[in-house]
Design a protein around this ligand. Sequence first.
Ligand SMILES: *Cc1c(COP(=O)(O)O)cnc(C)c1O
Length: 365
Amino acid sequence: MSDLVNKLICENLKALKPYESARRIFAGGDSDSETWLNANESPFANDFTIDTAHFNRYPDCQPPSVLLPYAKYAGVQANQLLVSRGADEGIELLIRTFCTPGKDSILICPPTYGMYAISAETSNVAIEKAPLKADFSLDIPAIFAYQGKVNLVFICSPNNPTGTSVGKAQLKQVLEHFADSALVVVDEAYIEFDADNTWATELAAYPNLVILRTLSKAFALAGLRCGFTLANSEVIQSIMKVIAPYPIADPVAQIAAQALSPNGLKQMAEQVEYLSQQKQWVKQQLNQFPELELVGDDKANFILFRYSKKQGLMDFLVANSVLIRDQSKQINLDNCLRITLGTQLQNEKLLALMASFFKQQETSA
Ligand SMILES: *Cc1c(COP(=O)(O)O)cnc(C)c1O
């Protein structure tokens, strides 16, 4: 680092490395020639139209063409909703709005999604951890011990990468315990795969409840960068002080509005159904490999498993242009790999490669 950069860069950023997103690990890859099952993206690329008529104008900060259909879809009031550049921006906005740098803390429950910690670190906000129990349920006493010590509690349900959903009774306890001291942020990025377990209908009952949503997973629009924060209007109004004046580009709003139209919602539901069927089939197939053990649950669009020689398998898959995600660095996930469900063809290709890898292992053993 140059002397000047080293002198000027924020103290809390010096030791930080950029987040190892699935895309950064295989940067420059080509999803047409490679099989990408590593980022929990949808395998479907749906069609949209764009009208350029108003590209000379700044867009609405919170375009009603997106806000209103999403409020209807989620079953909340428009004043309980914020649209942002992906759920990731929602995470960052919550931290910037509700945590004072150098003073406040957030609580996370690992193994879980990496961006809560990254956003806190870049904002110079401390991170407390109450790891999930061995069965990946919340460790309630460990969480309760942080009352008064954290401003935000991040709970991911269904959880990435364990695929487990948080039980209603557990989450209710957490919401009540932190009622006067912290916002409880329930990340529902995968909720369309576990629709019965949403908390969106509970905003009136819990003033400290915040819910994150996205168009990146079930809606097949990871490239769009569009996500939502659902919360009581006081929370939303506070975030509005921090959000950029034009966070949602006009083409993004146009495409999101089409995805949220009656036809768009129908297509999403059909694709979720397809992926859920693939999930059951791939799980059955994986269960026939005695070498590996399925880990966690199947409430989202991915499957987690443990295999003692996971690096050999990863290398073999990469050499054959199939990418899955290593989760083994997370707490309690040693030797774990995560598969995102793809199309039947993609899933068959992955399973065939795994079968031939295990066969090779047998003959070389
Ligand atoms: C993918 C994911 C996100 C990010 O959503 P974007 O809208 O693409 O920023 C947030 N939370 C979890 C748990 C995720 O898996």
